[in-house]
Design a protein around this ligand. Structure first.
Ligand SMILES: NC(=O)c1ccc[n+]([C@@H]2O[C@H](COP(=O)([O-])OP(=O)(O)OC[C@H]3O[C@@H](n4cnc5c(N)ncnc54)[C@H](O)[C@@H]3O)[C@@H](O)[C@H]2O)c1
Ligand SMILES: N[C@H](C(=O)O)[C@H](O)COP(=O)(O)O
Length: 329
């Protein structure tokens, strides 16, 4: 294991979800080879594995082969698997804030977040729809944050993210599409080393509007955005009918697909590779990844959770952090 590399900060996520279980399982797989991480949360959430409290991330690499290093954050309310308690919202949020602060200082190599139960945090006063928007406030980059889902054979970005479908459609305009597409291209160049990323933009309507007979957004909003992007030298194409944009043949022709709303981009990723897909936020001041799934309250506490996506998220965060360090050197 590379003990020179700063360890990754892994947040606890929703305590009543599967975050602790998949963190423990991920540690069992990664303890010899790494990447090393430390857990920001309540150590009682880690079932069946040894843990050791640490005072700083600098202690994590030495501890990691023997036990999960934990920077402890105590929970005020008892945890019942599958039943989130809004009284625990504050330390859940604090874990994210501390992880970002440690990554910004260089003490942590990057931030890997376990899933949060968004509705519970919202009920407790959290005013961000998800990590993506919160992280953009804590560690802003030069442009908007971009939610990129990366799976085997497919990268996908939703142009609009955590909002109702009705409001997403109302929000869609050429300026927004261009902003997200530019930030996506810049993020793929910077973090994934793709010199000239090929972007494929989905249409919004069936058959990409069928020449305006099934909706006009494709013709009047998405096509002009693509023309603008192409004039700037970005290899953007489309709008393509979304129903055939994710076939193996179509996927071979682009580096990233841009969907116009959340599910258009995320359904293909989770269907193809739920256990290996990773959610990456591009264009932050820190590296951030997370599993592609949520809190899975229905199986919490049952030892049924698959740690594959979290392991992929930890590995990808380490790769991206290495890439950023090499670029800076
Ligand atoms: N990064 C994040 O914080 C994040 C990501 C997605 C969803 N969420 C939140 O999670 C909550 C629940 O969302 P949801 O129900 O739509 O999706 P979900 O991913 O939690 O669950 C969907 C289904 O997949 C199963 N599943 C999920 N992960 C699994 C794993 N690792 N192993 C085995 N089975 C697994 C669940 O048991 C469930 O049947 C919501 O509050 C949502 O906002 C958070
Ligand atoms: N939209 C994501 C998904 O469904 O996987 C998820 O909600 C994560 O969002 P944040 O990383 O912003 O929490």
């Amino acid at each position: 294991m590379d003990t020179q590399r700063p360890p990754l900060a892994l947040t606890m996520g929703e305590p009543a979800g599967i975050g602790g279980e998949i963190a423990a399982k991920a540690w069992s797989v990664l303890r010899q080879e790494g990447p090393a991480f430390f857990f920001l949360g309540d150590p009682a959430l880690l079932p069946g594995v040894p843990h050791r409290r640490i005072a700083s991330p600098a202690e994590a690499a030495a501890v990691f082969p023997e036990a999960v290093p934990v920077l402890p954050l105590d929970l005020p309310a008892p945890v019942t698997p599958g039943r989130p308690d809004a009284r625990n919202a504050a330390p859940v949020i604090a874990a994210i804030e501390q992880a970002v602060a440690l990554a910004r200082s260089g003490a942590a190599g990057g931030v890997v977040t376990n899933p949060i139960q968004k509705s519970v945090l919202t009920a407790a006063g959290f005013r961000h729809p998800g990590h993506t928007e919160f992280l953009a406030e804590l560690a802003p980059g030069e442009g908007p944050p971009v939610m990129l889902l990366a799976a085997a054979g497919l990268r996908a970005v939703p142009v609009t993210i955590h909002q109702s479908l009705r409001s997403a459609i109302a929000r869609l305009d050429a300026a927004l599409i261009c902003r997200i597409a530019r930030a996506t291209a810049a993020g793929l160049r910077r973090d994934f080393g793709i010199a000239a990323p090929r972007l494929a933009l989905a249409g919004l309507n069936p058959h990409a509007g069928e020449d305006g007979t099934m909706g006009t957004e494709d013709r009047d909003i998405i096509a002009p955005a693509i023309a603008t992007l192409r004039a700037e030298g970005i290899d953007a194409r489309g709008p393509f009918p979304a129903d055939t944009l994710f076939t193996p043949h179509a996927r071979a022709g682009y580096d990233v697909a841009l969907g116009m709303y959340h599910d258009q981009a995320l359904i293909p990723v989770k269907t193809l590779d739920m256990a290996g897909g990773v959610n990456v936020t591009l264009n932050l001041a820190v590296v951030r990844t997370s599993p592609d799934h949520g809190t899975a309250l229905d199986i919490a506490g049952q030892n049924r959770a698959d740690p594959g996506s979290l392991i992929a998220a930890l590995r990808l965060a380490a790769q991206l952090a290495d890439h950023r360090r090499n670029q800076a050197a």
